[in-house]
Ligand binder design. Structure first.
Ligand code: 7GP
Length: 804
């Protein structure tokens, strides 16, 4: 984008005065940010229109990524970077006496997602635009994002996150593109027009207006600006009389009021299914409206449209598309079914049973009577067709409706042409185990797409120091083609490069230390080893195993204050679902241990524990560049992929990992010398579950070191955790340790010991960090997205894109 500093300053001042009627110098940070955001939106609006016009003119096939969650992070710097004007604007702001970073921090980070699944969706939106693909996002504009986390007396407290309190400069309300979504009502069939065909009459419905808010997704230096469409629920115009009571009006607004704060967990709540249908239906309606404008035969629908569903949350898009094709467009069942299957594809993000969506049949039949009929019919035909081929038992196991419940994964698989897992190991487990019955029926539908991350946000924006160092050392090719970062390997024995890398890390650690000091009043030593575990709090992710290691170090230092241990700062960031009692107990435990150890003078700062409040995308951008160790210690087979593992690796942290999710592929890429691997393997875990004789009580009794640590939980050493300590102790010792922490404990300690040794050899550690950075290119979401485009969506980058 052609733009110079002088011109920018003039435009900025003008924009500010236009908006606020005084000079920018007098403005608050928020106002300074709003003016800049507004200006930036104006700068890409031409490309935005142009991109959409081009797609329409060329009748380009487009993908629609349906996701209940998006976690874009702050958008200002990301847009500036992708538009190619970040440096220019930074300079201009500086000239005007403003600091771009400070101004950028005034943007509220939209927390419209829980964790991995939502952030993946946003990395994908960036990569779709940046690789030059015609793609759109479809989701919900929640009024309140994921709760804001506070710690009070060590306990997690949830506060509402009113992210729209200031103006959202990026979104554009598109009232003329609103659609009606219908709930409830009565379905009947009539013979109209005398042509003998049955017509569906769906009456007395509760109609809700879905209003889209569009946000630009700016591609990296390629002039492409795609669209993310988020829907908001409102009362239909002219229908105000039908919603005359406050309660009726509240009910409408409630649909898009708040994001469900559960990660990898399912609750069969009516409001949740309303949300799911609401945005699925609105999305499908707007796609159909677009397709009809193309004036093509319906059979060409799958040649122009790909619909991807991010986990099962948008699965109702399948019966909704069927409904429209059947009831509104008059296609036959077979025609509609062919089109639907060819159009839709599905990603599975977890094998945890508690996360599998199942809805009570009666809930769907009451709320969505016509959709319910269609699901029944899909199910009936499925069983009819598969029983002669695979027998009664197997067919019934794949039924969509069973025991009064509707299984969304089954509907998603049957109604789509592609099912993918998110890491090689995860996909293997899906095929061999979790979804094996379906794999037998539809082997050709199954494929793997290992997750990825965008280094634009996670390196270029989050880690400017590293970016400058890389540019200097290997040139800038890696920025547009992340694989090229492998050139860095040639410098693995270059002492000067290794030292520079150490300086970069140190500077990032100082930046984080300053934050910790200011926000938490804890002083940490930037030369200590920063040991980072940042992710949702979940038993299977095993933050507790990390805790057991910390307690082991604590005891070692208590026994011998001069023990030869590397000075470490343990950094945690994690939210627990408000209803997840055990996870909240673990938060309290960690905070209490932090209090105990951080204030124990005999430890002499050899251990510090920092549990940051309100972990999210913005904090991740601060923590990840400062990390030395990346804790990826889930029980093997449970973490579908993980994505923080890739972000941390890209920033030169060394992974401490079990062979789970994408850790396996990270190990393959960096090699055994540049990663710390320990613990049970996935097939060993499976074996234990099937017929193993695991007895955690036995491990406790026979391992004195571990026993001593576990006893700390119940002997009063840790202040204020009587209940928590006891419950956690019991879960590990008395209730047989579901996630095998005690089993993996020794291996973990050994790996941690090796990490200490490696860290004390500065050259060795820096070389490991360098090798991690140099091996991170393949985990770019650009490549992941190109594989989705090529193998699932069948779309190609625009001509002119370097990926074309
Ligand atoms: C997560 C997985 O737990 C994580 O391993 C993966 O990296 C991420 O998706 C992206 O694929 N799952 C969720 O966040 C989630 O909510 C429930 O899954 C359906």
């Amino acid at each position: 984008m052609a733009f110079d500093v002088q011109e920018f300053k003039k435009e900025y001042q003008k924009k500010f005065e236009e908006l606020f009627a005084y000079g920018y110098e007098a403005g608050s940070k928020t106002e300074q940010y709003i003016a800049l955001g507004d200006l930036v939106r104006g700068l890409y609006s031409e490309d935005w229109i142009q991109t959409i016009t081009e797609y329409n003119k060329k009748k380009e096939k487009q993908v629609y990524y349906f996701s209940m969650e998006f976690l874009p992070g702050r958008m200002l710097k990301s847009n500036l970077l992708n538009m190619g004007i970040l440096d220019c604007v930074k300079q201009g702001m500086e000239d005007m006496g403003l600091d771009l970073d400070e101004v950028a921090r005034a943007e509220v980070d939209p927390a419209l997602g829980n964790g991995g699944l939502g952030r993946l969706a946003s990395c994908f939106m960036d990569s779709i635009a940046s690789t030059g693909l015609a793609g759109n996002g479809n989701g919900i504009r929640y009024r309140y994002g994921l709760f804001k986390q506070k710690f009070i007396n060590g306990y997690q407290i949830e506060l509402p996150e009113n992210w729209l309190r200031n103006r959202n400069v990026w979104e554009v309300r598109k009232e003329n593109k609103a659609v009606i979504v219908r709930f409830g009502g009565d379905v009947s069939f009539t013979q109209e027009d005398g042509d003998g065909r049955l017509r569906v009459r769906h009456e007395n419905t509760r109609d809700i207006l879905a209003v889209p808010y569009d946000t630009a997704q700016v591609g990296y230096n390629n002039g492409i600006v795609n669209n993310l469409r988020l829907w908001s629920a409102e009362i239909p115009y002219g229908d105000e009389a039908r919603f005359s009571t406050e309660e009726q009006r509240e009910e409408v607004k409630r649909i898009t009021e708040v994001l469900y704060p559960d990660d990898s967990n399912y609750e069969g709540r009516l409001l949740r299914v309303q949300q799911e249908y609401f945005f699925s239906s609105a999305g499908i309606q707007s796609i159909v409206r677009y397709f009809k404008r193309l004036n093509l035969d319906w059979s060409l629908f799958p040649d122009k449209i790909a619909i991807h569903i991010n986990d099962t949350h948008p699965t109702l898009a399948i019966p909704e598309l069927m409904r429209i094709l059947l009831d509104e467009e008059g296609l036959t069942w077979d025609q509609a079914w062919e089109i639907t299957k060819k159009t839709v594809s599905y990603t599975n993000h977890t094998i945890l049973q508690e996360a599998m969506e199942r809805w009570p049949e009666t809930m769907i039949s009451d709320l969505l009577p016509r959709i319910y009929q269609i699901i029944q019919e899909i199910n009936r035909r499925h069983i009819d067709k598969k029983t002669p081929l695979y027998g009664e038992e197997l067919s019934q196991r794949t039924a969509i409706i069973a025991n009064g419940q509707i299984k969304m994964a089954n509907l998603a698989i049957i109604g789509s042409h592609s099912v993918n897992g998110v890491a090689r190991l995860h996909t293997d487990i899906l095929m061999a185990d979790t979804l094996h019955d379906f794999y037998v029926m539809y082997p050709q539908k199954f494929n793997n797409k290992t997750n990825g991350i965008t280094q634009r946000r996670w390196v270029q924006i989050a880690n400017e120091n590293l970016t400058a160092m890389l540019d200097e050392t290997i040139g800038t090719e890696w920025k547009s083609d992340p694989e090229e970062i492998k050139i860095l390997k040639a410098h693995r024995d270059n002492k000067m490069v290794l030292d520079k890398l150490e300086q970069v890390k140190l500077a990032n650690k100082k930046r984080f230390a300053a934050y910790v000091e200011q926000e938490m009043g804890i002083e940490i030593d930037p030369t200590a080893l920063f040991d980072v575990q940042i992710k949702r709090l979940h038993a299977y992710k095993r933050q507790l195993l990390n805790v057991l290691h910390i307690l082991d170090r604590y005891l070692q230092l208590k026994d011998n204050p001069n023990a030869n241990l590397q000075k470490r700062v343990f950094i945690f960031g994690a939210k627990a679902a408000p209803s997840y009692y055990y996870a909240k107990q673990i938060i309290k435990l960690i905070n209490s241990i932090a209090y105990l150890i951080n204030n124990d003078p005999s430890i002499k700062d050899k251990i510090k524990i920092v549990f940051v409040e309100n972990y999210g995308v913005s904090l991740a951008e601060l923590i990840i560049p400062a990390a030395d160790i990346s804790e990826q210690i889930s029980l093997a087979g449970k973490e579908a992929s993980g994505t923080s593992n890739m972000k941390l690796m890209s920033n030169g942290a060394i992974t401490m990992a079990t062979l789970d999710g994408a850790n396996v592929e990270i190990r393959d890429n960096v090699g055994d010398d540049n990663i710390f691997i320990f613990g049970l393997k996935s097939d060993e875990v499976q074996e234990y579950y099937r017929n193993g004789v695991y007895n955690s009580r036995d491990v406790y009794d026979k391992n004195p070191r571990l026993k001593r640590i576990l006893n700390l939980l119940i002997d009063g050493t840790i202040p204020g955790v009587e209940t928590e300590g006891r419950d956690i102790f019991d879960s590990l010792v008395m209730y047989n340790d579901e996630y095998f922490l005690l089993k993996d404990f020794d291996g973990y300690l050994q790996a941690q010991y090796e990490a200490d040794v490696a860290f004390s050899d500065r050259d060795r550690w820096n070389r490991m960090a360098l090798m991690n950075i140099a091996s991170s290119g393949p985990f770019s979401s650009d490549y992941t997205i190109l594989r989705y485009a090529d193998e699932i969506w069948k779309i190609k980058p625009q001509s002119g894109s370097k990926f074309n």
